[in-house]
Write a new protein. Structure first.
Length: 65
């Protein structure tokens, strides 16, 4: 059975992931900033959320200058 999980970043519905028969999660973009992940497979919904969140709201490197 397939299941879907909404990926929301700072109140923006970025897309959703749908779990397939093999347990992988395929991403379907809803926000322009997430289009580069369209169709990509992730091991978990959390992995997808992390990847999309970094693309939408990148944080500066924590390494020293």
């Amino acid at each position: 059975m397939n299941s879907a999980v909404l990926i929301e970043i700072h109140g923006v519905e970025a897309g959703l992931v749908v779990r397939d028969e093999r347990g992988q999660f395929r991403f379907f973009a809803a926000a322009r900033e997430a289009f580069r992940f369209e169709g990509r497979l992730f091991r978990s919904a959390a992995d997808a959320r992390r990847a999309v969140a970094e693309a939408i709201d990148p944080k500066p490197s924590r390494r020293g200058g």
